[in-house]
Design a protein around this ligand. Structure first.
Ligand SMILES: [Zn+2]
Length: 163
């Protein structure tokens, strides 16, 4: 068996006039994440973890934010494209553990939907995708509601060619 561990982290500003996409789910809130794509901080952290596990750089290398192709793109598409790269390298996802750090809104009601979306894209079970949420106890930029952060750890397993 050949396993690879990966870690991803992503930050975005929270601003008025943007929708808030998190884990592939649109969450009703007065602010949204600022970015070139739909700025889904959780899916971006997972993409970085997947790429990092195979030493393939990060999301910015594969999907540059200077490329008009990726303007306002649904980050579920970026996750799908990233997963294709993982499969091309003969790896499968074992499990993913994530944390989102934000002051508001409460994301607990949306966590199961996020797990389902992420699991279906990565062809794993919902039980193999963990999404946790925490605040910073009102400290720092997260605590002031200026931005949010997501962290993702991933484990990949080499696909054994039985032929
Ligand atoms: Zn991002």
């Amino acid at each position: 068996m050949s396993y690879r561990i990966g870690f991803g982290i992503d930050f975005h500003q929270l601003v008025e006039g943007r929708p808030l996409w998190l884990g592939g789910v649109k969450i009703p809130f007065s602010k949204g994440a600022l970015g070139h794509s739909d700025a889904d901080v959780l899916l971006h952290a997972i993409c970085d973890g997947l790429l990092g596990a195979l030493g393939l750089g990060d999301i910015g290398v594969h999907f540059p934010d200077t490329d008009a192709l990726y303007e306002n793109i649904d980050s579920k598409v970026l996750l799908q494209k990233t997963y294709s790269i993982i499969k091309q390298n003969q790896y499968a996802v074992v499990n993913i553990d994530t944390s989102v750090c934000l002051e508001a809104p409460k994301i607990t009601p949306y966590v199961e939907a996020m797990r389902s979306i992420i699991a279906s894209i990565l062809e794993i079970g919902r039980e193999d995708v963990s999404v946790k949420a925490t605040t910073t106890e009102k400290m720092g930029f997260v605590g002031r509601g200026e931005g949010l952060v997501a962290y993702a750890s991933v484990l990949l397993e080499k696909i054994i060619d039985k032929g």
